[in-house]
Design a protein around this ligand. Structure first.
Ligand code: ASP
Length: 423
C-alpha cells in the first residue's frame, strides 16, 4: 500500500476512534489512560524527525554546492542562478504570507496548547543578535541546540572552502559525504514510513484533548496553500519568465510537462531530477553547461512551493493556537521558511520535517504539527511540482541570459505530454 494511503488511513482511523470516544462519553477515561500512551508514541515520531534534520541540511547543501557543480562555474552563472532562486522563493513566501494573513484560516479555532509544550512566543531575539548569531561561535553548540541558520551558514562556508583544497582531498570528502547523505536519506525514508502511526497517535491525542473543532480550519488551511501554489505556479513564475526572456511560459510548461507530472506523482524533486535534466536539454534546448549546474542545485536548494507552504503552515498553526504573531515574528517566519526550503531535501514530506526549524525559531509547540500531517501528501505533490517548475523556469532564464538556449529546439517542442522517444 502506498505511504500516503496509509497516512490517510491513520488519519481516518484516529478520527473514527475519536468519534467513538466522544459518542461513548469516554473523554475522561481516554485523557487519563490513553492519552499518555499516544502522546509518547507521537513524541518518539517527532523526536526521530528532529534527529535527522541537521545532518540532512548539512549534507544536502554540501552535495548541492560541491557534489554537482564546479566553483569556476560559480561566477556569473552562479550569481544569476542564486539570484533567481532567492527572488522566486521570496516571492513565493510573500504570496503565502499575504494569503494566510488575509484568509486567516486558523483564527477562531482556539486549539488548546498541548500540555508540556514549550511555548516561547514573544521571546524572539532582537535584530542585532539575530544577525550576529548567524555566524556560530561554536559549531558543536549550534548543532546541539539545532540552530539551523548558523548550521546553514557553516555548511555553505565549508562547501565553498572545499574548493580550495587539493583535488584528491576534495574528491575524498565529496564521496564520503555523498555516502553519508545516502544513509541519511534512507533513514528519512524509514522514519517517514512511521508517519501513519505517528499521525494516528498525534491526531487521536488532539481529538481526545479538543474534540472535532480542529478539522474545520484544516480545510481552510488546505485551500490557502493550494491557492498560494496556484498563484505562484500560473502567475508569478510565468511573469518572471516573461520579464527576463521572450520565451512563452506555456510552451516551456508543455516542454517540461513530463518532469512536472512526475514531480506531482512522486512528490520528490530529487527523484524527478533525471527527467528534469532530460526535458530541459532535449525539449527546451538548454545547454548542458547551464542545465547541469542550475537543475541539480535547484533540486536541492530551490523550493518555492515548500517555502510558501512552510510559511502558511506556521502562521496557520500560530493562528489556530490563538497567537497573533508580531511583525518581527512574521519576518522571522519568512526568513526561516526561506532557510527551511533551502535546507529541505528533495524527497517526500521533507518540507514537513523542516517545519521544526520555523517552530523552534518563533517558539511554537512542535506537538501542534500533528494536525497538518494528515493532509500533507496532497500538498506535497503540489509543492514539489511547483519546486520543479521554478527550477525549470530558472534554467530557461539563465540559459537565455547566457545565450545557451537552442531556440529551434524550444520552438520545435512536442506538446504531447507523453515523453518522446529521444528521451
Ligand atoms: N517533496 C518536496 C520536494 O521533493 C519537498 C517538500 O516536502 O516540500 O521537492
Amino acid at each position: 500500500m502506498k505511504l500516503h494511503t496509509k497516512i490517510f488511513i491513520g488519519l481516518l482511523a484516529a478520527m473514527i476512534l475519536g468519534v467513538l470516544i466522544q459518542l461513548l462519553g469516554l473523554q475522561n477515561f481516554s485523557s487519563q489512560y490513553l492519552s499518555p500512551f499516544f502522546e509518547t508514541i507521537g513524541k518518539i515520531f517527532l523526536n526521530s524527525l528532529k534527529m535527522i534534520v541537521i545532518p540532512i541540511v548539512f549534507l544536502s547543501l554540501f552535495c548541492g554546492i560541491v557534489g554537482e557543480g564546479k566553483l569556476q562555474n560559480l561566477g556569473r552563472l552562479g550569481a544569476r542562478t542564486i539570484g533567481f532562486y532567492l527572488i522566486s522563493s521570496l516571492l513565493a513566501i510573500l504570496t503565502g504570507s499575504v494569503l494566510v494573513n488575509l484568509l486567516r484560516p486558523g483564527v477562531g479555532s482556539n486549539i488548546p496548547i498541548p500540555e508540556n509544550a514549550v511555548v516561547e512566543i514573544g521571546k524572539a531575539k532582537p535584530w542585532s543578535d539575530f544577525i550576529a548569531d548567524i555566524v556560530p561561535s561554536n559549531i558543536f553548540h549550534v548543532i546541539a541546540s539545532g540552530d539551523m541558520v548558523s548550521v546553514i551558514f557553516f555548511a555553505v562556508m565549508f562547501s565553498v572552502f572545499t574548493y580550495r583544497v587539493s583535488e584528491a582531498a576534495r574528491s575524498q570528502i565529496v564521496s564520503l559525504f555523498k555516502a553519508f547523505l545516502d544513509v541519511i536519506i534512507n533513514m528519512t525514508l524509514f522514519i517517514i514510513n512511521l508517519a501513519p502511526y505517528g499521525v494516528f497517535c498525534l491526531v487521536l491525542n488532539l481529538i481526545i484533548d479538543t474534540g472535532f473543532d480542529v478539522f474545520i480550519p484544516l480545510a481552510l488551511y488546505f485551500a490557502t496553500v493550494v491557492l498560494g501554489l496556484t498563484v505562484h505556479f500560473f502567475i508569478t513564475l510565468p511573469l518572471l519568465l516573461k520579464i527576463f526572456t521572450s520565451l512563452s511560459p506555456w510552451k516551456l510548461m508543455m516542454a517540461m510537462s513530463p518532469s512536472l507530472l512526475t514531480a506531482f506523482s512522486t512528490a520528490s524533486s530529487s527523484a524527478t531530477l533525471p527527467l528534469t535534466l532530460a526535458c530541459a536539454q532535449r525539449r527546451v534546448g538548454v545547454d548542458r553547461r547551464v542545465s547541469n549546474f542550475v537543475l541539480p542545485l535547484g533540486a536541492t536548494v530551490n523550493m518555492d512551493g515548500t517555502a510558501l507552504y512552510e510559511c502558511v503552515a506556521a502562521i496557520f498553526i500560530a493562528q489556530a493556537l490563538g497567537f497573533e504573531l508580531t511583525l518581527l515574528q512574521q519576518f522571522t517566519v519568512i526568513i526561516t521558511a526561506l532557510m527551511a526550503s533551502i535546507g529541505a531535501a528533495g524527497i517526500p514530506h521533507a518540507g514537513l520535517v523542516m517545519m521544526v526549524i520555523i517552530f523552534d525559531a518563533v517558539g511554537l509547540p512542535l506537538e501542534a504539527m500533528g494536525m497538518i500531517w494528515g493532509v500533507d501528501r496532497i500538498l506535497d505533490m503540489g509543492r514539489t511540482m511547483t519546486n520543479v517548475w521554478s527550477d525549470s523556469t530558472c534554467a530557461a532564464i539563465v540559459a537565455y541570459a547566457e545565450n545557451e538556449i537552442d531556440i529551434n529546439v524550444f520552438h520545435g517542442v512536442n506538446v504531447d505530454v507523453s515523453m518522446d522517444q529521444s528521451l
